[in-house]
Every structure is written in C-alpha cells, then in structure tokens.
Design a protein around this ligand. Structure first.
Ligand code: GLC
Length: 651
C-alpha cells in the first residue's frame, strides 16, 4: 500500500462527502482524519479490500466519523483537546474506580445520580455503570444481550437520565465508563429479527448457515463458554430455518465482522455513547471478534485489526475517549489487546488484569505466593501508554486461567491444583470457610470456574454466621490486604460495588426463574442501604472495611510511585507467604515504595538482610505510608501480622 493511494482516495472521498457535512466547520476533524487516514485505509484494506464495494464502504466510514464529530458537543471537544495534550492522563495514581449495576446499586439511573456523594466519600472517581441498554426480559445475560444499542432499558431510566448522570459526574470530576457489547446482539435485536424474516442483508450481519457442515467444522476448534447452560456454539433458528453462531447464550447472536456494514454500525454506536458522555468505553468480549474454521475463534489476528481500526476511527472523532479491553484470555494474549509494536496503545488503552485477579485468589486459597510470584514474573511487559484494570471481583465468575507451565513451576500438578481451588472456594475443602459456588463446569474437560462475593469467598459470611469475632477480624484483614494489592500494583484499581461494606452472597437469585440457572447472580447484589449506613457506626464490619478502604484510596492518590509507568519490580523473598514488590518513581531515585503483603493467616516476618534493595532494608528507617507509622526495627526482621500489608517508604 502506497501513501499516494490513501491520499488520493481521501481527496476523492472529501469531494464526495454529503454537502450538509461539507459545509460545517470541521477543522480539527480534518486534521485528525488526515493524520489517521493512512492507517484507517490500510486496516480497512486488509479487512475488506477484496470487496467490490470497498470504496463505498470507506466513504460510508468517513461519513460516519464526520457525523459523529458534528454531533459531539463543544464541552466534549474541549475535553478531547485537553486529553490530546496530556495523553498519559489515565496512568496517574489519582484514578480509583468502581463497577456497579445501577439497579442493584440504587434502583435506577436517577437513584444512582442521587448517590454520588457516596462515591466521593470513599474516593471513587471512575464509575463503570454496567450495561444500561434494552434487553429482552429474561434473556438478557445480565445486560449483555442487547436488543437496542441506543435505547436505555426502561426499567432503569431514559437517555435523559443518563445524560443528567453524565453531566453531574463530569461536574464532580468522576469519569463515566459505559459498555458496548460489540461481539453479539440479542436475537431480539432488529437486525436479528430482519435476518429471521429472511432479509439476506441482515443474515449477513451474523454467522448464519443452511446446514451443519460449517458449524460442525467450527465446533472442532471452539471451546464452550457456558457448557452447562448453553452447550455448543450454534443454535437452530426455527423461523429462519438456519443455524446461527451463538458462542455465549443461545439468544446472543455473534456479529459478523467480515461484513464492513457491521463494523460501521458498531463504530456509529460507540461514537453515539462517546457523545452521550462516556469517558471510557468497555468493549465486551473482544477476544471473540473474528471467527475462523480450524481455530479456537479467539484472539485471531483480524480481531486485533478490528480493534486497531476502531481505535484509529475513534481518534478522529472523539480522541479523548479510551477503550477497555474485556479479554479474559491467557497472559501472553492479553497484552496484545493494547496493540503490539507501539509505545502508545494502538487498540485499547486499558485491559482487565484477569491474570493478577486469579493469582491473588490462588494466594488466598494456598496461603502462599508461589504461583502469584511465578505468574507475575511471566506477565508479558506492557506498553508505556497503556494500563491495567486491577480488580478482585466483578459481575463475572473467577476463571482459573493460569498458565499450566507456571503452575508446574510453582510446584503443583495443574489439574489437581485447579480442582483444589474449586474445592477450596466452594467450601468443600476441610480447611476452608469460603462460600462460593462452582460455575461453568465442563464435563468434557473437567474445567470449572467460581462464583461468589468477595466477602463470602474469604470466609466473612461463615464467620458472621458463627459470630466468631476472631475469624471476622481475620477476614476483614484479608479483604483489606487484597484491596491493598490492587491499589498499589500499577494501573486503575476497580472496586466492585458492595465489597466496600463486606456484602456477602445473595441467594435470592434462585427464586427468579430468569436467573436461577446462572449463579453469577450470587455476586450481583442489591445494596442494602441500612447495612451501608452502618459504615458510620464505630466497630461494625461495614465501618472497619469502608473506613480502611477510604484511607487506602486517599493514601494511594498521594503516592506518585503508584502511577503506572511500568515501574514495578518484583522482589524475591524467601518467605513463601509474602508478596513483595517495589514501585519506583518515574525518573527519580527517591520516593520508592516497597509493598509487602502477608497472605498467611499467621504472623510472618520478612528478612530484610536478604533484600537486594538495601536502601529499603535499613532497619529503623521505614515508614508505612498507610498507617503513617514509622517502623523501628532493632533487628533486620520485619514482622507482619496475619494478612497484614505495608506500603513502606524510606525515611
Ligand atoms: C462478557 C461479560 C459477561 C457476559 C459475556 C457475554 O464476558 O462480562 O457477563 O456473559 O461477555 O456477553
């Protein structure tokens, strides 16, 4: 591909642009289009260059970008310019997020808006409001089976409510994250209805087949996402008389990105939500965007090209808006969603750190950090201009996607170890007071994942039931230790609603026929505001967790070494219960912080004399930034209480 080709095509397109678009002041738009067009053209060409209507598709794409720009408010255009200048703004330690369902949190979007003071009290300044769009009742997959990508679910509000929420958040300096489910739509979406009614143009929006020939070949390589409730990857549609690809639930039809019309529709939808005030868009299930017979249909090269194209297009119209990749895949694959061979992210600026999440849970169950250390050592390096979303719990299950090689190196048998973890978190293991449930058990492979709220998984539910004060105290410490790890690791910490007050499992979901067969509802709570009010009552579990997190968040924001500039160094220590890493300050030798976590239920000590970084090892010269206490250590042993964490600076 020569530059000249893209230049002349761009000129041709600009000539052909609709007159009502051409008339407008598009100065910044044209600058960005010019700068990005070579990449856009070349990606479009790689994906769709073989089509006769290629030029028409590119024109359509550019028109979509221009219209998105014209609809973008001046307020957001200004924010775009500010973020373009300060393009590493999101790497700062200042950001701390929370993910929530608006109905579970506060009934609806208006209720959520009335609770903003709660986030401010805790220090949350990034809000991931999970799917808000219309889905069929009962076949919604928790909001991820969208039947209209532009209409707010009437049960939680209107577009006006969302706009009001977005502008209030903006005036209070809180970022808004919204989902765009780009891999599939509900079978009730208009595109699916029209496909079902026989319109070929819409059948081409999905992977639709006359008979089992192609589906059978696809199935050979494809794993199952929900083996218990939605086995297989294809569903027979009686009305259409055809098979349709449904990787997730049978009512979630996979969109066909081999069709450029699908890409352009989804781009238009992303720009629509950017223009409603989303600062960040969470792109759901991105690993699945491209399907190819003979492969697992995950992490395909073209899925990355689609994301690169989406990013380049978004840079033209709404450059201040970031993408989060929800790619719950192997560590070696996940970093590719930042975009390879670049300093600045070329796909998504942010990605879920599912590896760290699962490794932390491993350390909880084993009470040692062998696998955690091994897994983090092997986590591939990340681009400078990209960051992790570090989390402990979310609305999904916990997958045990560790690398088998790492499990072996940590000294375990992979199959047995995974079984141990499932037994541990479901409470089947003798030593465990966890109250999780097994999710997604696959009879063929033996794989299983875990559901359950953070508080119930660490044993708080059982401890409260037994009225065991010592056990309650330990589980509270463990909850704090885990949060201290995501708040200091590097990246954006994302708390999960309810965890800040120790919300335990919600068993009521079993009474709802639409939810009963999906135990992820166990940990999608409705906030009990009376319980939340107990955060103001000294000595309650709610107060102990909430106040400690509030303090941790505020301390984090004041530690420049906690910004994410790939400035973390894992420290090898002999004690197998401890996890120790250094966070250094960008281009400065001072201001280093050593993070130490004791994952054991009994007291441990860290032998400072063996540490490589001697500066931190000088007894008597350390301060724990969290408690504010100076540590005076007559010997080179740093004592740690059960589940204690320390954020140590040199003093
Ligand atoms: C994502 C969502 C999950 C959903 C799936 C299918 O992984 O987080 O909740 O079931 O996509 O949409």
């Amino acid at each position: 591909m020569y530059e000249q080709i893209s230049h002349s095509l761009l000129n041709e397109i600009l000539d052909k642009l609709n007159p009502d678009v051409k008339k407008k002041d598009l100065r910044h738009f044209y600058t960005r289009l010019g700068a990005n067009f070579y990449a856009i053209h070349s990606l479009m060409h790689q994906l769709y260059g073989h089509r006769d209507d290629f030029k028409k598709q590119v024109l359509q794409l550019v028109e979509t970008l221009a219209r998105g720009y014209l609809q973008r408010s001046e307020k957001f255009k200004k924010i775009d310019m500010i973020r373009e200048k300060n393009y590493t703004w999101f790497l700062s330690q200042h950001w701390v997020g929370m993910a929530l369902y608006s109905d579970g949190f506060a009934g609806n979007l208006q209720g959520l808006r009335s609770k903003i003071a709660y986030f401010e009290e805790l220090g949350i300044n990034l809000l991931h409001v999970m799917p808000i769009l219309r889905c069929p009742e009962g076949a919604s997959d928790g909001g991820y089976a969208v039947s209209n990508f532009r209409e707010v679910d009437p049960n939680i509000g209107t577009l006006d409510d969302l706009q009001a929420l977005s502008s209030t958040l903006q005036s209070r300096n809180i970022l808004l994250v919204l989902d765009v489910v780009m891999n599939h739509s509900s079978n009730e979406h208009e595109w699916a209805r029209r496909a079902r009614a026989g319109e070929e143009a819409y059948q081409d929006y999905y992977y639709v087949f006359e008979n089992r020939e192609a589906p059978d070949r696809f199935e050979e390589g494809m794993p199952e996402v929900f083996p218990e409730t939605a086995p297989g990857n294809f569903t027979w549609d009686e009305e259409m008389g055809k098979w349709v690809m449904t990787v997730f639930k049978n009512y979630q039809w996979d969109l066909n990105y081999r069709n450029p019309a699908v890409f352009i529709e989804m781009l238009d939808i992303i720009l629509f939500w950017a223009n409603q005030g989303a600062d960040i868009v969470r792109l759901d299930a991105v690993a699945f965007l491209w399907k190819k017979i003979g492969t697992a249909c995950q992490n395909e090269r073209e899925a990355h090209l689609i994301l690169q194209l989406m990013k380049d297009c978004c840079q033209v119209t709404a450059p201040g808006v970031l993408f989060i990749a929800e790619a719950i895949v192997a560590p070696v694959e996940v970093t590719k969603y930042f975009g390879e061979d670049a300093v600045i992210a070329k796909e998504c600026e942010i990605a879920y750190n599912a590896t760290y999440m699962a490794l932390l849970w491993d350390a909880v169950a084993t009470k040692n950090t062998q696998l955690l250390k091994q897994g983090i050592r092997n986590l591939p390096a990340k681009l400078d201009g990209a960051t992790w979303l570090n989390y402990l719990r979310c609305h999904d299950d916990i997958g045990l996607g560790f690398d088998d090689g790492d499990i072996l190196l940590a000294g375990y048998d992979p199959k047995k170890h995974r079984r141990f973890l499932v037994d541990y978190f479901t409470g089947a293991h003798g030593d465990s007071s966890a109250r999780g449930m097994q999710f997604g058990h696959n009879n063929k492979t033996g794989d299983a994942r875990i559901s359950g709220s953070l508080a119930s998984l660490v044993g708080l539910e059982a401890a409260l039931e037994q009225g065991d004060a010592a056990a309650i105290e330990k589980t509270v410490q463990l909850i704090l230790l885990l949060h201290s790890m995501i708040l200091s690791f590097g990246g954006m910490p994302l708390l999960y609603y309810g965890d800040e007050i120790g919300t335990t499992n919600f068993y009521g979901y079993r009474k709802d026929a639409c939810k009963a067969n999906d135990n992820r509802w166990l940990h999608r709570p409705t906030i009990d505001w009376e319980k939340a009010a107990r955060r103001n009552q000294h000595g309650t579990v709610e107060q102990r967790i909430f106040d400690a997190l509030k303090k941790m968040i505020s301390v984090r924001k004041g530690i420049p070494a906690f910004a994410d500039y790939n400035n973390r160094e894992l420290i090898d220590v002999e004690n197998p219960h401890l996890f120790v890493f250094l966070r250094t300050r960008r281009q400065q030798s001072s201001g280093t912080v050593m993070v130490v976590g004791n994952f054991d239920a009994s007291a441990q000590s860290l032998d400072l004399s063996t540490l490589r970084n001697r500066r931190h090892a000088q007894a008597g010269r350390m301060k724990d930034l969290y408690s504010g206490e100076f540590l005076s250590l007559p010997e080179a042993q740093l004592p740690l209480a059960p589940y204690q964490f320390l954020w140590l600076s040199e003093h």
